[in-house]
Design a protein around this ligand. Structure first.
Ligand SMILES: [Zn+2]
Length: 111
């Protein structure tokens, strides 16, 4: 019995160390997308504005820049500054951190 627990631990350990680089690559892709969106705020093709979406809502470029260390850390750990880059197609949005207006691709919805 002792031997099988040892084997189980070894398998879990091996699997974990095989997964670490895969998980890191996935998380780093998110950070790379954030860096890319700060450098190049418009999509190509299309020239639509890139936005940052967090669990709390839309975050403006200035707040991402001002909190960049937290963003990089939280994209790895899943904290509150964990954001993904996306295009807001239509509607009016406010930054969840500073409250400023965030541009969407086609602006406010018209009725
Ligand atoms: Zn903001």
């Amino acid at each position: 019995m002792k031997a099988s627990i040892g084997l189980y631990n070894k398998l879990v350990n091996d699997l974990y160390f095989k997964m670490v680089p895969i998980i890191n690559t996935m998380k780093n892709k998110r950070i790379e997308a954030v860096k890319e969106a700060l450098r190049q705020p418009l999509t190509w093709p299309g020239a639509y504005p890139k936005s940052f979406l967090s669990h709390d809502g839309v975050i403006c470029h200035k707040c991402i820049r001002d909190n960049f260390r937290a963003v990089v850390n939280d994209c790895r750990t899943g904290g509150p500054w964990n954001v993904k880059v996306d295009v807001l197609w239509e509607g009016e949005f406010q930054c969840a951190d500073c409250g400023c207006e965030v541009e969407s691709a086609y602006g406010p919805v018209e009725n």
